[in-house]
Write a protein that binds this ligand. Structure first.
Ligand code: FE2
Ligand code: FE2
Length: 305
């Protein structure tokens, strides 16, 4: 049988952090020693090169409704590994107190980054000393909680829930892109003729990553479905072909976002429109055809007695 793509090995924790992570989890997010009294969270990122999950304890600050971490690397001249990871894979996992949730990691830019960094330094002056000691601009990263999953009892409801989230993410990226382009049009925006914002890139890549993860899960499920209902064979073949089309569009979007300084915003807008068209048709067809079969399958799965 093929391997479930959702089954992942335990995230790696570097040796120096093992005890901190263990203590954090054993005490509902409270840690003593050098971290005593500080606000600490655990951030799990996916390795930019290794593709392996990695967990690191980090100090955090809340400014307004933003949850922020600072990529200070103890004042080093190089960005920490977790920062490189979240640029490559914006979907991250956060443990905060006793809560755990998925988030999109978005480095702040320009004046907003400077304003937030100043606010953080007022509370935690050490970050200001780190910035004075290096030429690198220390990144400030916002961890945007992406969704709170509801309670569902069968796979059809789960499918609709995930599709609703994917639709809303794509629509969010499109309106963000329109706002960005309008801003450029008025001449008050960014001075470069080409290029896209890092924030837009992170949101778009997070959507692409979630979409890919969802389709991998479906491809894993399809053989089980046709085994249960052989009449679905043709439907499943069409869905797989649509996955390939959407996958190609996803690859083009990711390629376009590889270099933000030269990415053509108008092409980005056109690619997003094409992706929306294909995605909506695919999601509608999938829901209409699979719903009756999926509604009879419990979710979360029931363990055999
Ligand atoms: Fe699908
Ligand atoms: Fe789907």
């Amino acid at each position: 049988m093929s391997q479930n793509p959702h089954a992942r090995p335990e995230p790696h924790v570097s040796d120096v952090n093992v005890l901190v992570v263990e203590e954090f989890r054993a005490n509902g997010g409270r840690v003593g020693g050098m971290f005593e009294g500080g606000d600490l969270l655990l951030l799990t990122t996916v390795g930019a090169r290794s593709g392996r999950e990695h967990t690191a304890p980090l100090g955090y600050a809340r400014v307004g409704d933003r949850l922020l971490v600072v990529a200070s690397a103890g004042g080093s001249d190089r960005d920490p590994a977790w920062y490189h990871n979240l640029i490559a894979h914006p979907m991250v996992r956060v443990e905060l107190g006793t809560e755990e949730f998925g988030a999109v990691a978005v480095p702040m830019e320009g004046e907003e980054r400077d304003r937030l960094f100043t606010e953080i330094v007022e509370r935690i002056p050490g970050y200001g000393d780190y910035q004075k000691g290096t030429d690198r601009m220390i990144p400030v990263v916002s961890l945007e909680r992406h969704y709170v999953w509801g309670e569902v009892t069968n796979l059809a409801d789960k499918l609709v829930e995930v599709h609703t989230w994917l639709r809303s993410q794509l629509s969010h990226v499109r309106s963000e892109a329109e706002a960005y382009l309008a801003d450029r049009g008025t001449g008050t925006g960014r001075p470069t003729p080409l290029g896209l914002s890092l924030q837009l890139r992170q949101h778009c890549l997070a959507f692409c990553e979630s979409l890919s993860f969802h389709h991998d899960g479906e491809e894993f499920m399809f053989p089980h479905m046709t085994e249960r209902n052989p009449d679905l064979a043709d439907v499943v073949e069409r869905l797989k072909a649509e996955h390939r089309t959407v996958n190609r569009l996803r690859g083009e979007l990711e390629g376009l976002l590889a270099d933000l300084s030269t990415a053509d915003p108008e092409r980005f807008r056109a690619d997003l429109a094409r992706m929306t068209e294909e995605m909506e048709a695919h999601l509608d067809y999938e829901e209409a055809e699979l719903f009756p079969t999926l509604a009879a399958i419990p979710f979360p799965p029931v363990a055999p007695a």
